[in-house]
Design a binder for this molecule. Sequence first.
Ligand code: COA
Length: 317
Amino acid sequence: MKILGTGCANPSCVVTNQMLEGFLDTSDQWITERTGIKERRVMSSERLIDLAVSAANKALADAGVGVEELDFIICSNVVNEYATPAMSCMIQGAIGATCPCLDINAACAGFIFALDMAEDKLRAGKADKILIVCAEEPTRMVSWEDRNTCVLFGDGAGAAVVGQGDAMKAVKLTTASRTDVLYQLRRLEPTPYLQGDHSFAPLVMKGRDVFKTAVSSSTADIKDLLARTGIDSADVKYFVLHQANERIIDSIRGLLGEQPEKFPHNVERYGNTSSASVPILLDELSREGKLQKGDILVLSAFGAGFTTAACIIEWTK
Ligand code: COA
């Protein structure tokens, strides 16, 4: 597998920490000190499908790949207004593709899970060109009266087109069933036969547990991949980490004994956009001319489940 092109799209509505101070018992200082987030993009006039399609079209243009060349579409999405059909089906129609597609939900680690699935299809000779779109609206999962959660998230979409190549040097996926630390219970229709409690609730998060698990698991994944491949961390150009919290990124960096310059971030502008965060950052780095052919990148993400995923890729564009 290799990445042929990337794209991203974010909602137009910018919500700053100061705006949150207007209706929440919070402060710019608290949010900045604990998370590094200064503002986030939040869905207003647009719909998630609009962002997904925009990111997909930009990635296709960047890759120089026509929709008719696509053999498969994978969409990583936790929540959107449709329970069915899958968002990938809507993306397929909107961009004019005809290939099969499916959605996955590996929470914030979804992009790397999707890269791994794409790699398998490419290796098996079942596909030559695959579109991955990570489209997320976590701001629709939280209560906007809960300062513990709503300040952390933002909406967005990131996409990549991948094709045949050997840029994927190693990948590691983990799942540890810890459903108590981060979850949302959605509303399903009642039936006359249901028994027991079927309440629904906005996102519930045990912040400190998530913080510690994220730091330890992401650090372990990265160390494992570097040891397995024999790649010296000095030869890694960038560690492209899930953008959940600047302090999490900083803690992982400290444990790896690395320099801040190697940990690009945009969490201060977008908040946590779930699985879209890694491809959005990758796209920004690419468009800013910060990636050169041959660069070694480490990608790492973690999310509800608890899922973690990391990979080492060579930038081949
Ligand atoms: N503004 C002001 N105060 C807030 C607040 C906010 N937005 N959110 C929470 N608080 C308060 C809490 O009510 C609590 O007050 P109390 O001690 O009086 O009960 C206190 O701040 C919590 O402080 P603390 O536990 O020290 O916070 P923290 O340093 O652990 O930071 C998080 C909280 C959520 C920022 C941090 O735990 C975190 O980032 N966790 C990971 C979250 C994440 O990344 N989730 C997604 C993973 S994909």
